[in-house]
Design a protein around this ligand. Structure first.
Ligand code: ADP
Ligand code: GLC
Length: 497
């Protein structure tokens, strides 16, 4: 497909999550905001997502488009319906009641167990994504580029390779290399892939089928969500066994692997217009932030005095996010006069540890286990400092929300955290770039030392205002990333190769 610069790029964006309806983390946010930013930049985008109950309920007016009667193997028949969201942006819902219409999460049941048929549920999503990107598509619309996101859609480039060779170019984006979609080799036929795909240059990974590896092997271009994470995953420490393949792709031709930093949805996350917070504010009215602090303290039952710093944390409670480091540091932080507001869910043992800490320190540590979007906004607005000591972080959105809300983050310098947070030093303060605090070793001591530095700065109102304003001054929106993705899509078209 030759393409001049003037041709309007058509993108099929395949994803397993879509905020606000179906979201387990940042991928849901990205899947809502990036396609919108691409459409705003003039591209024509269709987002393919499973027809989960929340989406079917939200879009009762959808238009039935086509049936996919025989997807192949043991994949179930499905239907595709369409919803126009805004100019240049449409949703394609992949409807398969037996696969997607159930109570529970997109990947797990209510008890936290993976759905036993995930291999077929996301095999179907990947297969249909590839079909729609190919000459065999039942639609009268064909994309120039199929953009896959995480393992749940990453088998699509393998289907393009083995089943639909005359098709669009493909991009595989890694939002988190830790989740790979590994399944027994015996499922190959059920997925409608040929035996030849079970090879080292196919979908095979240590004797199993790896959806993510398939996308990394067969995608025309690979991206991840920050430049630093793009470098880190090429090393064994963060490569989850895929670093060799990633190095190979990085070094091929002009380089097939790039890091494009995520943005944030500034319509949802702007302290000046946020309806979930007690008092909207901007960088010139930071004194109003106090009202949000007071509202947060009241809502969570925290004893707050003017000189007690309030530290916020919102995240999956997992080792990735360094939840254990904060749990260990919490008693010391409280002993030094701080208050903690924690919102999250995840690992059952660490959830229990948080509950115990809250019970042992009433009025000082408040913990809410669960997913609570409005409370997340109030914590971002009301906390003085935000904690995000991740062991690894492909991009991270919460630290960007914090920066935009004048709530300087304390982070481990890794992945997207290293690309967004500028540690406060005499030099970075002087050149106007300091916007938070970072540390390197994944230890409680290093975290405590960084918080200590942050609290020293917090006690000096003038310094603190400068740090807050530095973070708020940067445009954290999606505009720049959308331009980078558009350039990337053009670079992987046959004419450009
Ligand atoms: P990840 O995707 O690795 O979990 P990100 O920082 O990219 O991390 O994105 C997390 C997203 O999920 C953010 O939008 C954050 O506000 C949200 N989030 C995480 N946990 C909760 C929670 N318990 N309640 C509300 N929102 C949450
Ligand atoms: C993943 C990563 C997170 C990233 C998000 C969106 O969930 O863990 O760092 O921000 O995807 O790309």
């Amino acid at each position: 497909m030759a393409l001049s610069d003037a041709t309007r790029l058509r993108i099929l964006f395949a994803t397993p999550e879509l905020a606000p309806w179906v979201k387990t983390g940042g991928l849901g946010d990205v899947s809502a905001a990036l396609p919108a930013a691409l459409a705003e930049a003039g591209l024509e985008v269709r987002v393919l997502v499973p027809g989960y109950p929340a989406l079917l309920a939200a879009f009762a007016q959808r238009r039935a488009l086509v049936q996919v009667e025989r997807p192949g193997g043991q994949l179930l028949p499905a239907a595709i319906s369409q919803v126009a969201l805004r100019p240049g942006l449409e949703l394609l819902l992949l409807e398969c009641p037996a696969c997607y219409e159930r109570h529970g999460g997109p990947y797990q049941d209510r008890t936290g167990r993976d759905w036993a048929d995930n291999v077929l549920r996301f095999g179907l999503l990947s297969k249909v994504a590839a079909l729609l990107a190919s000459r065999d598509t039942p639609l009268d619309w064909r994309p120039h580029v199929l953009h896959c996101n995480d393992w749940q859609t990453a088998l699509a480039p393998a289907y393009l390779r083995y089943r639909h060779p005359a098709a669009a170019a493909s991009v595989t984006t890694i939002h988190n290399l830790a989740f790979q979609g590994l399944f027994p080799a015996t499922r190959l036929e059920a997925l409608d892939l040929p035996a030849s795909a079970m090879a080292i240059d196919g979908v095979e990974f240590h004797g199993r089928i790896s959806f993510l590896k398939a996308g990394l092997q067969h995608g025309d271009r690979l991206t991840t969500v920050s430049p630093t994470y793009a470098r880190e995953i090429c090393e064994p420490e963060h490569g989850f066994g895929l670093d060799g393949l990633l190095r190979y792709r990085r070094d091929r031709r002009g380089g097939d692997l790039v890091g494009i930093l995520n943005g944030i949805d500034t319509r949802e996350w702007d302290p000046a217009t946020d309806r979930s917070i007690a008092a909207p504010y901007n960088s010139r009215s930071l004194a109003l932030k106090q009202l949000n602090r007071a509202a947060l303290g009241e809502r969570l039952g925290l004893d707050l005095a003017a000189d007690t710093p309030l530290l916020g944390m919102i995240s999956r409670i997992t080792l990735q996010k360094g939840a254990d480091l904060v749990i260990e540091a919490a008693p010391t932080l409280v002993a030094r006069g701080a208050r903690l507001a924690v919102l999250g869910s995840g690992d059952a043992t660490m959830e229990a540890a948080w509950r115990e800490l809250a019970a042992a320190h009433p009025g000082r540590i408040a913990v809410r286990i669960g997913f609570d979007e409005p409370l997340a906004h109030l914590i971002e607005a009301g906390a003085d400092l935000f904690l995000m000591p991740s062991r690894f972080e492909p991009c991270g959105l919460n630290q960007m929300y914090s920066l935009a809300y004048g709530t300087p983050p304390v982070v481990r310098a890794t992945g997207g955290l290293a690309d967004t947070v500028v540690d406060c030093t005499p030099r970075s303060l002087a050149d106007g770039s300091a916007n938070g605090f970072s540390f390197a070793p994944a230890t409680t001591e290093a975290l405590l030392a960084a918080v200590e530095r942050a609290l020293d700065a917090w006690r000096d109102v003038e310094t603190w205002r400068r740090i807050q304003r530095n973070g708020m001054a940067r445009d954290w929106g999606w505009g720049q990333a959308a331009r980078q993705y558009a350039d990337l899509y053009r670079s992987c078209l046959p004419a450009a190769r």
